[in-house]
Design a protein around this ligand. Structure first.
Ligand SMILES: Nc1ncnc2c1ncn2[C@@H]1O[C@H](COP(=O)(O)OP(=O)(O)OP(=O)(O)O)[C@@H](O)[C@H]1O
Length: 240
């Protein structure tokens, strides 16, 4: 069996004539925190969607814990242990943080165990003070943290975060970085992100996508200093 928690082999995703992914080989070890970056249209979101089952790849294999999940249904992939936080929170606006988490954890039948789990997850993500706040009245950054708590509550082996810092204030971004670093103590995490400041706060290893392929991979500082990467992506406007 592969030593990797996740291994994508020659994954391609074509939309008509558009090769959104064109032969991606990607490996991730258990315990890693990996950032995916790349210019607009590079294929990051499409790759994410192939991992979560939203897209069925045109070609290739995606091995998760040794089993090929390429083309499987989203709920089967979630059950296999991949949790995803998308950019659009799927929360009940009329309910409180606690009520949203209570529903998310409905498979935990024992009420005491469920309450303990909710308290634990809220503590971990730093939202205990928001326990009785109604989602619809919360700020964007707070809602994002509740969504993250929902993902963590399902105890996935792999957490996928799609641009988690988007739309957050500087203070919220710093807090989020610390939450993600803490989450990485117990979970393998993959983050798609544009914000270089945020990437530097959390990342060690990064993977750069370009035109549906992986252009470069390695330690964040060496990748951000790589001239080819800078040429395709890290212009001055990106703050590198
Ligand atoms: N459902 C779709 N139908 C047709 N083309 C698509 C579809 N989804 C993505 N594409 C195309 O595939 C390519 C890769 O898009 P993708 O969204 O994966 O890039 P990205 O790296 O996530 O970009 P961004 O950073 O802007 O989100 C783009 O050319 C995009 O227009």
């Amino acid at each position: 069996m592969s030593v990797h928690l996740l291994e994508a082999r020659d994954v391609a995703m074509h939309f008509g004539g558009v090769k959104a992914l064109d032969g991606v080989d990607f490996r991730l070890k258990k315990g890693e925190l990996r950032c995916l970056l790349g210019p607009n249209g590079a294929g990051k979101s499409t790759f994410f969607r192939c991992l979560t089952g939203t897209h069925k790849p045109t070609r290739g294999h995606i091995l998760f814990k040794g089993t090929d999940i390429a083309g499987k249904e989203r709920h089967d992939i979630a059950r296999a242990g991949i949790g995803v936080k998308t950019q659009v929170p799927s929360l009940f606006d009329g309910l409180t943080t606690h009520e949203n988490l209570w529903l998310a954890l409905r498979t935990v039948r024992n009420a005491v165990a469920r309450e303990e789990k909710i308290a634990d997850v809220m503590e971990r993500v730093g939202i205990s003070p928001l326990r009785d706040n109604v989602l619809g009245r919360m700020a964007h950054g707070q809602r994002q943290l509740v969504e993250l708590a929902m993902v963590v509550a399902s105890d996935p082996d792999l957490v996928l975060l799609d641009e988690p810092a988007a739309g957050m204030t500087d203070g919220e971004v710093e807090r989020l970085a610390s939450i993600i670093r803490d989450l990485n103590r117990t979970h393998t995490v993959v983050v798609v992100e544009h914000d270089m400041h945020f990437i530097r706060m959390i990342a060690d290893q990064v993977t750069v996508f370009h035109q549906g392929r992986i252009l470069a991979e390695g330690h964040v500082e060496s990748i951000l200093a790589n001239q080819t990467v800078r040429d395709v992506y890290l212009g001055k406007k990106h703050g590198a």
